[in-house]
Ligand binder design. Structure first.
Ligand code: FEO
Ligand code: CA
Ligand code: CA
Length: 634
């Protein structure tokens, strides 16, 4: 028996309603801490702290005015609730590729009546595109794109139950997940998918993977099908992306718990499984019905083999993707890679769940400008962030000595438990992280957290309001940024501030109105996607409440904005169609085309028919945006 997601619940809300984690009962302790926080805020120190938090975006100190190229010129657009993509005057968009578009001649055009089959989906662009990166080789453009999940209501909309009813239905969703690697080309200012390109590849929930890093071969990774604990099948719920300086693509596994269920209704999942949200029921996918490994009663170690960053060579369709366990196991959002000035490779990573943590990986070996860097993500040190209210923070290394966990391998498997053990700061759902290409500075979207100051995280860690998570019952989200000491991304400590505190100044006058750089003409909620362009412009994509009512009145549909890190200015550039999320961004080699992902239009009430219009099935798609004058966008 599987659960169907209620139309009024978001993906995350569904998880919590159906699989509530044990709550810590230390209410007295929590109250005490909240009181301490109130005392702090009511004292003179509070003035400094609040002023510190709120001023960061209002006035940029002279030191922040690093060289930045001219941002693309545009008149900001207004919010709207239209069922289309809106961009500023002087810009145009076209659909590049949609869910179900065939990637090979053997595939059939998308069938709006059946919404495809398992076979047609194997030959077609996957569903719910998310993170993406564009690679160029011999003048050709290869786009690697995550296909995060499938909307059961939409992909099974041909069934009266709107659920998977046949084995083929179930397999269709498995094949709709994973990664699509497509060659694309521009002819006459129009971008299209190159069918039958030798680069085209579908990676699905069944593609063989190598397990690498400290957890490779550990007892917790061994299953009946893989007694060596070194190979696994498939990757799914790939959310944000990353790219390495050596030309590989990183696909980050996020809500992997939603695919597993138990054939034994009496099973008591372990505390470790519970911390990660694995329970007796899945989220309606029914994969256990066609694939035994999704049965946690029979294969309790299978969940230990998901929740990683997967490294893929986008130019070699025959290569085997590598699960990089050294980067930890949690609900990965994206992977922001930077070569530190001492040549070690640093990867910033967020765990997108209420009250989970921010992480940093530092490679053991150095990046070699002309050497073999293929396995730099194989081993290194993993850290979790601890923020102080005074604008300082530190990275705590997750070692057996510090965490009390027996081995590095187990830290890489039960990373959340390790970060809890060292007292890392519980965050407001870290989504995408982006490293400024012009200076040593990193930004992270903290999308929202209705539990902030209300209840602990799944590990029982308290979540008092404070530091970079300053608001109780945080509706709107914020973007935190930090500067590593001495400009060194491997440094042990950093200084932080808030780039923006999202809000609604037309509805609220308390801290829910947002920071000084939020106003009636640019307001938004739930920042999620985040990427710098080559000129240092910060593109912000939202995945939030699109009701356009009450707390969210005037916010309209989900959107994309351009932020100036120097001044704090934020301008709305794009509004997506109804009930979508805007996620994933990439640029052509000449920077004259910006590719933007539109995910799950019509996800709840089915009010969207974008992009086809009429009575067509709404389809997640990537749009290509260009300037009328043909000049670069970022
Ligand atoms: Fe898949 Fe946290 O977004
Ligand atoms: Ca996201
Ligand atoms: Ca989100």
């Amino acid at each position: 028996m599987t659960e169907k997601r209620k139309p009024h619940l978001s993906f995350d809300e569904f998880d919590e309603v159906n699989y509530p984690r044990p709550q810590a009962t230390d209410f007295a302790g929590l109250c005490e801490r909240l009181l301490s926080r109130r005392d702090f805020l009511s004292g003179t120190a509070a003035c400094g702290a609040t002023a510190f938090l709120m001023s960061a975006c209002a006035v940029a100190p002279p030191g922040r005015r690093a060289a930045m190229g001219e941002p693309p010129p545009f008149e900001p657009i207004g919010a709207n609730t239209l069922d289309t993509v809106t961009v500023p005057k002087g810009y145009r968009w076209q659909v590049l590729v949609r869910w179900g578009d065939p990637m090979w001649s053997a595939g059939k055009p998308f069938d709006h009546a059946t919404r495809g089959t398992a076979t047609s989906q194997t030959l077609a662009f996957g569903d719910n595109n998310d993170g993406m990166e564009l690679f160029t080789h011999d003048g050709r453009s290869i786009l690697a794109v995550n296909n995060e999940y499938t909307n059961l209501d939409i992909i099974h909309g041909n069934r009266a139950s709107r659920k998977p009813e046949t084995a083929d239905d179930v397999q269709k969703t498995k094949n709709g997940h994973g990664i699509s690697i497509i060659e694309i080309a521009e002819t006459g200012r129009r971008w299209t998918l190159v069918k039958d390109s030798p680069y085209n590849r579908r990676i699905t929930a069944d593609t063989p993977m190598h397990i690498t890093g400290p957890a490779r071969g550990h007892a917790l990774m061994k299953t009946k099908a893989d007694p060596s604990g070194t190979t696994s099948l498939g990757t799914f719920n790939n959310c944000g992306s990353g790219r390495t300086p050596w030309g590989t693509y990183l696909a980050c596994e996020e809500n992997v718990n939603g695919y597993f269920s138990s054939s034994d209704p009496e099973l008591k999942p372990s505390a470790e499984l519970t911390r990660y949200g694995f329970g007796l029921k899945d989220w309606g996918y029914g994969w256990r019905r066609v694939d035994d490994r999704f049965d946690i009663a029979k294969h309790p170690h299978e969940p230990n083999r998901v929740g990683y960053v997967v490294e893929i060579d986008p130019l070699d369709p025959d290569s085997t993707p590598k699960k990089r366990t050294a980067l930890g196991r949690f609900k990965h959002e994206n992977a922001a890679v930077v070569v530190a000035r001492n040549e070690h490779v640093v990867v910033y990573l967020g765990d997108d769940e209420r009250g989970e943590f921010l992480y940093r990986f530092v490679s053991r070996r150095k990046h070699l400008a002309n050497g073999d860097n293929a396995d730099l993500l194989e081993d290194g040190s993993l850290y979790a962030a601890r923020f102080s209210d005074n604008g300082r923070g530190e990275w705590i290394e997750l070692t057996p000595a510090a965490t009390g966990i027996a081995s590095t391998a187990e830290i890489c498997i039960h990373t959340r438990l390790a970060a809890s053990a060292v007292g890392a700061t519980t965050m407001d759902r870290p989504e995408w992280i982006a490293v400024n290409p012009l200076k040593a500075e990193t930004y992270c979207c903290l999308t929202n957290n209705k539990h902030r100051g209300v209840k602990p995280n799944k590990g029982g860690d308290a979540t008092p309001a404070g530091g970079p998570n300053p608001r109780e019952k945080n509706l709107y989200g914020q973007i935190v940024r930090w500067t590593p000491d001495n400009g060194d991304h491997t440094a042990a400590s950093f200084a932080w501030d808030l780039y923006v505190l999202a809000g609604n100044p037309t509805v609220h006058q308390d801290n829910r109105k947002g920071s000084a750089n939020v106003h009636a003409d640019n307001m938004f909620n739930s920042p999620d996607g985040l990427k710098f362009d080559s000129r240092g412009g910060l593109w912000i994509q939202t995945d939030g409440n699109y009701s356009n009512a009450k707390d969210f009145a005037g916010h309209g549909n989900n959107q994309m904005l351009l932020g100036d890190p120097r001044t704090g200015e934020i301008k709305r550039f794009l509004v997506g169609p109804k009930e979508c999320e805007v996620t994933g961004i990439a640029w052509s080699a000449d920077r004259k085309t910006m590719f933007v992902g539109i995910q799950h239009p019509g996800e709840r009430q089915g009010e969207s028919h974008w992009p086809g219009g009429g009575d067509t099935v709404p389809r997640s798609s990537i749009v290509a945006i260009t300037r009328d004058d043909g000049e670069p966008i970022g």
